[in-house]
Write a protein that binds this ligand. Structure first.
Ligand code: SF4
Length: 494
């Protein structure tokens, strides 16, 4: 019989995962930023030892919510410095105070709500520009122990502060009323979007309202305003409806030129890109004088943290294909008048939104990207779902309502309610974490359920704070919970 030596598994694990020995002594090595984030998230700190570098005691009322995208590490934290009133804002974590300058956070608008800079250890005094909190003397356990704790799966645990006060009641709600509540919230959101499109249509017509909505949606979250501004200029940038449609390349030149998105220099390294740029510049320089008053300041665009597929150059190239196609909007309306099963309806619309193959843009993500090995569609399925849910279906529905067409109005609503769920994202994950304690949304998994959850966040979380103060939702949901209900078993974490 083989007898294992005590602690053999722990030893294997430490060796395989590269963990320091728990009893390791010697000079304290700096932890990774990832470990510091987890220490902050789980508040593995001695709270009485929290002092800023300029000598103020720090009280953490809420650590904030971990941001997995570009920008500060935590959003919506609540901290109190000395006896000042509590501050609500973001937390940035770096190893040393110099990180703030080295990473150019001061010049990045995404960091303007940072209230506290959390660092591992102090650096040069001259580098401190924000209230700065060092953690190296405030951990609640030695660093090696915290590394073992993290490696033991701490990351997948949801700290209690990350779960909202409404989560117990929402999780005790049976699936059917929960789905109904989310469906109702989703419909509020849908009607709001439809009302916005209708208001724009009253000012500038249905077609222009749709174009503005689509351009804004193509701006994704980074570039909504410059895209909306370009859409507002379309009546000037496009030939009159009775004139022949321009070629896609000519319109790309004009939109990229007015958008100030054309690089002034050739790459000199990518012949295909340089050939495209020469052709576009050749078109644009002839007409640029006529549009000088409309050219957008380049500073309107945000490129930091942007995926190449979402780059505005690529999005505008897609939009030009829509704009040069005769009666493109009529084809969308025809999609609604055709009776299609739900799954087929979504695929058919995605096909209609897709651009035909483009000599340059099917093979390059942006004007700086090398040629791709395989052509890529100008619009992926997840973005097609976003456009359908946020713009096209509300536009078709409100247009049918305005025209008194009950059949099309009902069909637009049914398509919205049955639309397959969109791609998961950080906003939805945070919403599930706060409102459902990390539980998955109940089946059927539709885009409308996701929209309903986002509407709850907008209506309630955005009117409260990370501590859920004065939020009426928990009490309201509690009135729907049957007396004998128990919270649903936590499903696989999201
Ligand atoms: S603010 Fe309200 S809706 Fe948001 S998590 Fe807290 S209790 Fe829930």
């Amino acid at each position: 019989m083989i007898t294992l030596v005590p602690q053999l598994y722990a030893q294997w694990r430490a060796e395989c995962l590269g963990l320091p020995a728990l009893h390791e002594t010697g000079p304290l090595r700096a932890p990774s930023e990832h470990l510091l984030q987890q220490v902050w998230l789980h508040q593995r700190l001695r709270h009485e030892a929290l002092w800023t570098l300029d000598g103020q005691p720090v009280a953490i009322l809420h650590p904030g919510f971990l941001n997995r995208e570009a920008g500060p590490d935590f959003h919506h934290a609540i901290v109190q410095l000395g006896e000042s009133p509590a501050l609500v804002g973001d937390i940035e974590i770096d190893l040393r105070p110099e990180g703030w300058r080295q990473h150019q956070h001061a010049d990045n608008p995404a960091y303007r709500d940072v209230r506290l800079h959390v660092v591992w250890e102090p650096g040069g005094a001259a580098t401190v520009t924000l209230p700065t909190l060092p953690l190296h003397t405030a951990l609640d356990a030695p660093l090696p122990e915290l590394q073992h704790w993290l490696a033991g799966g701490a990351e997948t645990d949801l700290p209690p502060a990350q779960v909202g006060a409404c989560a117990p009641a929402l999780r005790a709600l049976p699936a059917r009323p929960l789905l109904e509540l989310l469906a109702q919230a989703a419909w509020v959101r849908f009607e709001r979007k439809a009302a916005e499109l209708e208001a724009r249509a009253r000012q500038s017509g249905w077609r222009q309202a749709l174009r503005e909505g689509l351009f804004a949606a193509l701006g994704y979250k980074h570039n909504v305003w410059p895209m909306r501004r370009l859409a507002g200029l379309l009546p000037r940038l496009l030939p009159p409806p009775e004139a022949p449609a321009p070629a896609a390349l000519a319109l790309q030149a004009r939109l990229l030129g007015v958008g100030n998105l054309l690089p002034a220099e050739l790459t000199r390294a990518q012949p295909e890109t340089d050939s495209y740029l020469r052709r576009v510049w050749d078109l644009w320089w002839r007409e640029a004088d006529g549009f000088t008053d409309a050219i957008l300041p380049r500073s309107m665009w945000r490129f930091h943290g942007l995926r190449p597929a979402n780059h505005p150059q690529r999005r505008l190239a897609l939009a030009t294909h829509w704009l040069v196609e005769p009666d493109w909007e009529g084809r969308l309306e025809a999609w609604l008048t055709t009776d299609l099963p739900p799954g087929v309806a979504a695929r058919t619309l995605a096909d209609r939104l897709q651009a035909p193959p483009d000599d340059f843009w099917s093979w390059h993500w942006t004007l700086r990207s090398p040629r791709l090995a395989r052509p890529q569609p100008l619009l992926g399925l997840p973005r097609a779902t976003d456009l359908a849910i946020n713009v096209l279906l509300p536009w078709l529905w409100v247009r049918a309502r305005a025209g008194g067409n009950q059949v099309l109005r009902r069909r637009a609503q049914q398509r919205f309610e049955a639309w397959p769920a969109g791609q998961d994202n950080a906003v939805l994950r945070l919403a599930r974490q706060r409102l459902l304690g990390g539980e998955r949304l109940p089946q059927p998994h539709t885009a409308a359920t996701q929209q309903g959850l986002l509407q709850l966040v907008q209506d309630f979380c955005h009117c409260s704070n990370a501590l859920c103060q004065q939020c009426p939702l928990p009490e309201r949901v509690q009135t729907l919970v049957p007396g004998d209900a128990k919270p649903r078993e936590a499903a696989e974490p999201c």
